[in-house]
Design a protein around this ligand. Sequence first.
Ligand code: 0X9
Ligand code: ZN
Ligand code: ZN
Length: 296
Amino acid sequence: ATNYENSYYSFIQISAWIARIAKKNPKLVSRIHIGNTFENRPMYLLKVGKPSGLKKAIFMDCGIHAREWISPSFCQWFLKENMTDILDNMNFYVLPVFNIDGYIWSWTQNRLWRKNRSTISNSSCVGVDLNRNFNVAWGTIDASKKPCDETYCGSSAESEPETRAVATFIRKQLSSIKAYLTMHSYSQMILFPYGYSYEKTMNHEELNEIAKGAVEAIESLYGKKYRHGTSAATIYPSSGCSDDWTYNQGIKYSFTFELRDKGKHGFLLPESEIKPTCEEIMLAVKFIILELKILL
Ligand code: 0X9
Ligand code: ZN
Ligand code: ZN
């Protein structure tokens, strides 16, 4: 039998799995339609939490970049974990595959595809980098205006239906969403704003402490070393990214995870590494959630 702990799931498998867990746990899990992709596929996010009044929420997305297959695997892992103690006073919004059209393309046509699949007038090239398409310093650093480039940022901020769906949902839920986590690969890092500038945020020290604790939690399990720091200083400066946008919307705990590995397999992380990667990242996410429970 196939299992997402030891094999990657195609989008069909993931969407069947999403429907299944929502149906199996109707009191805890609900499926929310937030929009459609460029190729008109419905985007569902899962809301997880016991129904009880006003609650703080954490938003997590996976698979904004098509080829980073370990990322949707982690969203699945996260959802099945027993979170009962954590759930008591928190809701989770989980988007298992942000870039559905691109993910399917990476399964069927081009394993190393990154962008979405939107067509562009006056160009034969396809796709916008959804992590350059957010409305924050849009089109300035490490973002291309040329449709054939891997970091093409689109014709305008939020030009893409996928970006718009997520941004619209987050804007509507701003009063409850206290943290934003976005899962990428690879390079083993936990990053926080800013990415579009070397400036430090107001709560830089706090974010740094949380990220430091999270990478220590990771190392405690299998000894894997992850780096932490601002995106600009730790990976590279770039603009229009989701984490900087959520931060500037007022979500002061915004983190980008870069999962395994450090380049040996890169995006082609072997299936044997799904389970250990998800286990170590789960420890980091739990650490962050517990910190937030104390802070908020
Ligand atoms: O470049 C990206 O979009 C991310 N790295 S990846 O290799 N997965 O493509 C890093 C984004 C970090 N966040 C910001 N720069 N704000
Ligand atoms: Zn990525
Ligand atoms: Zn490896």
